[in-house]
Design a protein around this ligand. Structure first.
Ligand SMILES: [Zn+2]
Length: 426
């Protein structure tokens, strides 16, 4: 024990501040619930998903942060005439630290549609606690990606409330358009502010993770979304010989997707699953009545490609498959990419952000993290593609995009305590 007084930069004060902050955060459970409830109600769907965008959600977040005393909030909004506000909001929120280095926490404000309504046990846009398990909350977006947004806000507000200046500055980047390709989100930010993230900064993307909080995602597969248009000839259902059944041809093409894995057989144990995947997903409505044979079908394929293959190779392979099936069924098949994001070099396991995150998780959760890759694309790939190491981590139930999407309030508190730990270097 020492008897001297603590002063600025003093290790005693430093430790005390860390502990005060951690204590404050561990009592933020009600705030997590409240913020999650408010955010879920905004139904922030991008126009590609049939929605009117993220503006109201962003306005609420900005208002909430300002009322908490956070006033360095910068807009890097992207024009988009498809939404009522004419823009897709992107917010950059900053709280300075003692050093010029910044811990950046990324969160996306957009969510995906609820999907089949009958699969939900409650209204997707109203957060409820699970019966008999008040720690578990259910609603669209609570995991993906509101947990990150909420945790970032709570941490910023706590720093202001306690008047704590951490070693690293805190930077929150809340983006739009993550679920539909990032053009109006992180890509727009990089176009407008290419030097935002500086050497020595840490970038954390809490948009994937594991239930135990022991998995750090350092690599992602290349992502490619293909649109397949099958053109046959419509006819009466009773006279199929008069037309060319586009639905049957589309079915042939869809079954061919499974075979595509044989054309790209490489395995990479860093990833889970370890192979490239080619998954038919969305199918557009065809004819409305049962007695008409469909003359045109449009469906989509979600491809997650190991870094050893180029996305161009995959597009070519699908075009060849389309040609084979077109000949077989006597139709026309057109394969077009609608979104592509090539794989970036993995974040090194000995990078500062991974080391800092590992230390924080060990301290807060008492666990040792392993590093690996996934197929799901996060904004981390945009950073890695620019040579900025980014780590993806959070403590989640891994049920994003599913009906009855849920998240644990206690996991959010673990996340925010880990972020807080990373703000202090000592
Ligand atoms: Zn997400």
């Amino acid at each position: 024990m020492t008897e001297r007084m603590a002063g600025p930069g003093d290790p005693l004060l430093h430790n005390e501040q860390k502990q005060t902050l951690q204590k404050e955060l561990s009592h933020a459970g009600d705030l997590v619930f409240e913020l999650q409830s408010r955010l879920t109600a905004f139904k922030a769907l991008g126009p590609d998903n049939g929605g009117s965008g993220e503006q109201e959600k962003a306005d609420f977040l900005e208002g909430w942060l300002r009322s908490a005393g956070v006033d360095d909030i910068c807009h890097v909004d992207a024009p988009d005439s498809r939404v009522p506000s004419g823009r897709r909001p992107n917010l950059i929120v900053r709280i300075p630290g003692r050093s010029s280095r910044t811990l950046w926490i990324l969160g996306h404000m957009d969510v995906v549609p609820a999907g089949e309504a009958s699969l939900w046990t409650s209204d997707p846009w109203t957060v409820v606690r699970a019966p008999g398990d008040p720690d578990l909350i259910i609603g669209r977006g609570v995991e993906d990606n509101q947990q990150a947004v909420v945790c970032g806000c709570i941490l910023a507000a706590a720093l202001k409330k306690l008047d704590i200046t951490p070693d690293l500055g805190l930077g929150l980047i809340f983006v739009s358009d993550e679920e539909s390709g990032n053009t109006h989100g992180i890509h727009h930010i990089f176009r407008e502010k290419p030097d935002l993230v500086r050497e020595g900064d840490l970038v954390l993307v809490p948009d994937s993770g594991s239930e135990d909080g022991d998995f750090i995602e350092v690599a992602e597969k290349g992502i490619l979304w293909l649109k397949v248009t099958v053109k046959g000839r419509q006819s009466h259902g009773s006279r199929p010989d008069d037309g060319k059944n586009a639905l049957v041809a589309a079915a042939g093409m869809i079954l061919g997707c499974a075979e595509m894995e044989h054309s790209f057989p490489e395995r990479n144990a860093l990833f889970s699953p370890a192979r490239s995947t080619f998954t038919p997903t969305r199918h557009e409505a065809n004819v409305p009545n049962i007695n008409t044979m469909s003359g045109q079908e449009i469906f989509y394929i979600d491809c997650r490609v190991l870094p050893c293959y180029t996305l161009e190779e995959v597009i070519e392979a699908f075009r060849r498959l389309g040609k084979t099936k077109a000949e077989r069924y006597g139709v026309e098949i057109l394969v077009e990419p609608v979104m592509s994001e090539p794989a970036a070099s993995p974040t090194p396991e000995d990078s500062t952000v991974v080391c800092s995150l590992k230390r924080a998780v060990r301290e807060v959760l008492g666990r040792d993290c392993r590093c690996g890759g996934v197929g799901g694309s996060t904004v981390a790939v945009s950073f890695r593609g620019r040579g900025i190491p980014a780590a993806v981590w959070s403590r989640i139930l891994e049920n994003c995009h599913a009906p009855n999407e849920s998240a644990r309030i206690s996991f959010a508190l673990d996340d925010v305590k880990v972020y807080a730990h990373m703000l202090f270097t000592g």
